[in-house]
Write a protein that binds this ligand. Structure first.
Ligand code: SF4
Length: 359
C-alpha cells in the first residue's frame, strides 16, 4: 500500500508567505496540465495499491469537475484503491454547494479547507483573498456534505491576539480534524523581507499552548495536528510514519524502495516531460532508520520497540539506545510500555529531538 499525492500548482493569487510550488492563474488549470498528469499516473511502473489519495497545491479546488474526474479515474485505473481516503484541498472562496457536490460525486470523501483565520485583519495580513465571512460560509457548506473534513489555521499572523477567538470559532464548527501551523517568514518570499515582524518565541509558545487548551475533544496526534477519534489524516500518517508514497505533478516528491525523488518543478518543463525526476536520492538503511525515528517522534503514538523490530529486523536499543536515553533524560521523550513517546516539552521543542538523532 502507498499514499498517492497529486500536486495542482495553480493559485489565483500568490499569498506573500507561501513558498510552495505554484503558478498564478485566472480560472481553471489548463487541460494540458491534466493531460500531463494523467500521462504521468498511467506510466507509473511500481505495483502498489493506494490507501490514500491527497490532492494538494496550489489550489485543487480550481479544477473543474470534469478535470477532477479525469484525474481520479487515472488514479483508480493505476492504483486500484479499495477504500481510500480521498482528500481535496480547497480555498474558501472557491467553495459552492454545487462544486462540493461535484467533489463528492467524483469520489472525494475528505476536504481540507484553508481557512487560516476567522479574523479579517489577520487574513489581510496574510494576503488571503477570502474574508472571515467567506470562510464561515465555506465551512458550513463543507460540514453539511462531508463527515470527514479538516480546517487549516495559521497562528502568528498579526494581530496575534486574534488567535484564541479563531480557535474558539474553529471549535464551534466541530471540524473533525484541525491543522494549526505557525506562520513562517521564508527567504525568497515577500514575507522573507519582513522577518522582523515575526512574533517572539514566548508569544509563539503561548499560541501553541492555546491551541491545545481551546481545541477540547481533540487529540493532538501530531505536533501541529488535532483530530477527533477516528479522524487522523491517514495520508499524512504515511509521511510521519516514513512509509512509501508516490507524488505526481510539478515538484511532487516520492519515496519508494528507499529512493526519494522529486519531479520537474517548472510547469513548462513538467508539461513537456511529466514524471521526469530532477532529483533522486537513494537513502542508506541508517538514514531511513533515523528518519523513521524523527518522524515517529512527531506523533503522540511515538515508536515502540516491537514496531521497530518488525520493520527493520533490528533492536531499537542496539541502534539508538544512547540517543534515546539522552532524550529521555532531557525530558523530551518518555518510555511507556516499550514505547518511546514525546513529552509535552518534546512536542513544544520537537526540532531538538530531530537534531539530537541526526548528530
Ligand atoms: S493559496 Fe495556498 S498554495 Fe496558493 S499561494 Fe496561497 S498559501 Fe500558497
Amino acid at each position: 500500500m502507498i499514499g498517492v499525492y497529486i500536486h495542482v500548482p495553480f493559485c489565483r493569487t500568490r499569498c506573500p508567505y507561501c513558498d510552495f510550488n505554484r503558478v498564478r492563474i485566472d480560472g481553471a488549470p489548463p487541460d494540458a496540465f491534466v493531460d500531463a498528469l494523467v500521462r504521468e499516473i498511467d506510466a507509473f511502473d511500481a505495483c502498489r495499491e493506494a490507501e490514500t489519495v491527497f490532492m494538494g497545491g496550489g489550489t485543487p479546488s480550481l479544477l473543474t469537475p470534469g478535470q477532477l474526474e479525469r484525474i481520479l479515474e487515472a488514479v483508480r485505473r493505476r492504483f486500484d484503491p479499495k477504500a481510500p481516503e480521498m482528500t481535496l484541498e480547497a480555498n474558501p472562496d472557491d467553495v459552492t454547494g454545487a462544486l462540493a457536490d461535484a467533489w463528492r460525486a467524483a469520489g472525494v470523501n475528505r476536504v481540507s479547507l484553508g481557512v487560516q483565520s476567522f479574523d479579517d485583519t489577520a487574513l489581510r495580513y496574510l494576503g488571503r483573498r477570502h474574508d472571515a465571512e467567506t470562510a464561515r460560509r465555506a465551512c458550513g457548506i463543507v460540514a453539511g456534505r462531508f463527515a470527514n473534513w479538516s480546517m487549516d489555521l495559521i497562528n502568528g499572523a498579526h494581530p496575534a491576539s486574534s488567535w484564541p477567538a479563531t480557535l474558539s470559532e474553529c471549535a464551534s464548527f466541530a471540524a473533525p480534524h484541525v491543522s494549526c501551523y505557525g506562520l513562517t517568514y521564508e527567504p525568497g518570499t515577500p514575507f522573507g523581507e519582513r522577518a522582523h515582524e515575526a512574533i517572539d518565541d514566548e508569544t509563539a509558545l503561548a499560541c501553541y499552548r492555546r491551541s491545545r487548551e481551546l481545541l477540547t475533544g481533540y487529540e493532538r496526534y501530531e505536533v501541529s495536528n488535532f483530530a477527533m477519534p477516528g479522524f487522523q489524516c491517514r495520508h499524512n500518517l504515511y509521511y510521519w510514519r516514513n512509509l512509501e508514497y508516490a507524488g505526481f505533478g510539478p515538484g511532487a516528491f516520492s519515496f519508494i524502495d528507499g529512493v526519494r525523488s522529486m519531479n520537474e518543478t517548472a510547469l513548462e518543463a513538467y508539461l513537456a516531460r511529466p514524471g521526469r525526476k530532477t532529483e533522486q536520492l537513494r537513502l542508506s538503511e541508517r538514514e531511513i532508520r533515523v528518519e523513521t525515528l524523527i518522524q515517529h517522534f512527531r506523533l503522540s503514538e511515538g515508536l515502540s520497540r516491537d514496531a521497530y523490530a518488525d520493520r527493520f529486523g533490528r533492536d531499537l536499543d542496539t541502534d539508538f539506545g544512547p540517543g534515546l536515553r539522552a532524550l529521555t533524560q532531557r525530558g523530551l521523550l518518555e518510555e511507556r510500555d516499550g514505547r518511546f513517546v514525546p513529552t509535552e516539552s518534546g512536542f513544544e521543542l520537537n526540532n531538538e529531538i530531530g537534531l539530537a538523532l541526526v548528530d
